[in-house]
Design a protein around this ligand. Structure first.
Ligand code: AMP
Length: 190
């Protein structure tokens, strides 16, 4: 099963992706997590990318596209995977479409997590007490929401239009357990 979890930061995509990846035995691919794990070598490029992330900006499409295609190709993705935080721009979306076509892969579901901005800030603030991410402070959250609205959200209309029955919108303002219940029910019918 190949899934794409779409939505703004703080919508709970990562939490749900972890649960779903365990339940269906598919790999959880969070580009944010992959980047944070990779950028520990203190090289000039890593420091540059850390600065971009800490300020809520987006890492360049070419770097992210390379990272994702290399990752999807690995053995642990053969049973399927859930993309979390990718694609985030139209260009990444087009790259992914082409990559899937070339490699005869098909998206089974696109889950679009919809949440209001107030709840985003509340969720991320709660998370910041546990995870201590530098980009979880209030001014950076605002930048990340703005980036989402400008660069990422337009993709949602694309998926809705082109994927129809495979596109599913979920109300992410609900409690985590409720979202999970609805999501699992949907995916079990797959
Ligand atoms: P996340 O953990 O998904 O909130 O991602 C944290 C940060 O990593 C983002 O704010 C971006 O700076 C960077 N990032 C993650 N995924 C992408 C992506 N698909 N395109 C560009 N930048 C990304």
């Amino acid at each position: 099963m190949i899934l794409l979890f779409f939505g703004p930061p703080g919508a709970g995509k990562g939490t749900q992706a972890k649960i779903v990846s365990d339940k269906f035995n598919i790999k959880h691919l969070s580009t944010g997590d992959i980047l944070r794990e990779k950028l520990v070598d203190k090289s000039e490029l890593s420091n540059k990318l850390i600065n971009i992330i800490d300020n809520g900006q987006l890492v360049s499409d070419s770097i992210i596209n390379d990272l994702v295609s290399e990752r999807i190709n690995k053995e642990d993705c053969k049973n399927g995977f859930v993309l979390d935080g990718y694609p985030r721009t139209m260009e990444q979306g087009i790259f992914l479409e082409n990559y899937f076509k070339k490699n005869s892969l098909k998206l089974d579901y696109i889950i679009d997590f919809t949440i209001d901005n107030k709840s985003i800030v509340k969720r991320i603030k709660a998370r910041s007490l546990i995870e201590r991410r530098k980009d979880d402070n209030e001014s950076v959250i605002e930048t990340r929401i703005k980036k989402y609205e400008e660069e990422t959200k337009p993709l949602s209309a694309y998926y809705m239009k082109n994927y129809k029955k495979k596109y599913y919108n979920i109300n992410a303002n609900q409690e985590i357990e409720k979202i999970n219940e609805e999501l699992i029910k949907k995916l079990e019918n797959y």
